[in-house]
Write a protein that binds this ligand. Structure first.
Ligand code: SAM
Length: 230
């Protein structure tokens, strides 16, 4: 997969992009990422990317020209037309089914906003998929883009090592994950459940499946899987 990220602060991405699972996916050639600054597509000495909103009001709005120019230039060099994604609190909420859809694309183009947001014609003209990472407002789309890159990378075939698996992770099949423990068997009076140290694989699997159902019902009764019998 290839991901292009357009942003006013492309320098913030590299530390996370070169760490852990994402860094390994890039090293192994499963993922390539390129970050581009809208300011490189301005033509005035101040490299202006924003302006005051028509009709008045606080803050500044990202201008059409540098954003359209950046999108068109990056796309002109893409091997396949990317799936355009605009990060906005007004978009479709990112969840695991949407992450799965995005992970199936060959190329993604992430458009990060800043300030008060985008000139509406960016949305109207570029017709991106609008994605929100939750019902709160970030200062910019960079953190949202990073969340998206991280979640998508985990689903790329080969990105997780043999010892890591998404199969029983929270949300993969609609349920939350079971509780996990590691050594010591007792810590400050809290003991690891006997079944986990029993060495009885079938019992462990049964206990984990049951814990997943209980946890999901208890913590996320809104999830459809929480309402299933069993
Ligand atoms: C301060 S926000 C603008 C919010 C906008 N004025 C509104 O009320 O809808 C600046 C930028 O941060 C990003 N952003 C903020 N919250 C987000 C969220 N929940 N999900 C995705 N992107 C978000 C978007 O790219 C947005 O253009």
């Amino acid at each position: 997969m290839h991901i292009d990220i357009l942003s006013l602060f492309p320098e913030v991405f590299e530390p996370m992009l070169s760490t852990s699972i994402i860094g390994r996916a890039r090293d192994n050639g499963l993922l390539t990422v390129a970050c581009t600054n809208y300011r490189d597509y301005t033509h005035d000495v101040h490299r202006t990317v924003d302006d005051k909103p028509y009709g008045g009001g606080p803050g500044m709005v990202l201008k059409c020209e540098p954003v359209f120019a950046a999108v068109r230039d990056v796309e002109s060099r893409a091997a396949v037309p990317p799936l355009r994604i605009l990060l906005t609190p007004q978009g479709r909420r990112l969840d695991q089914p949407l992450v799965k859809e995005l992970a199936a694309a060959q190329t993604l183009l992430l458009i990060c906003g800043h300030y008060e947001g985008f000139d509406e014609r960016i949305r109207l003209g570029l017709k991106p998929l609008e994605v929100s990472i939750g019902d709160y407002v970030l200062s910019g789309g960079e953190a949202a883009a990073m969340v998206l890159v991280d979640t998508v990378t985990r689903l790329l075939p080969g990105a997780l090592g043999a010892e890591e698996s998404v199969e029983e992770e929270s949300f993969t099949d609609g349920l939350l994950e079971y509780p996990q423990y590691t050594r010591p068997a007792e810590f400050e009076g809290m003991r690891v459940p006997d079944v986990l140290v029993s060495g009885h694989h079938a019992e462990v699997a049964r206990w984990r499946a049951e814990q997943r159902r209980l946890r999901t019902r208890e913590r996320r009764p809104d999830l459809p899987a929480a309402r299933q019998d069993g």
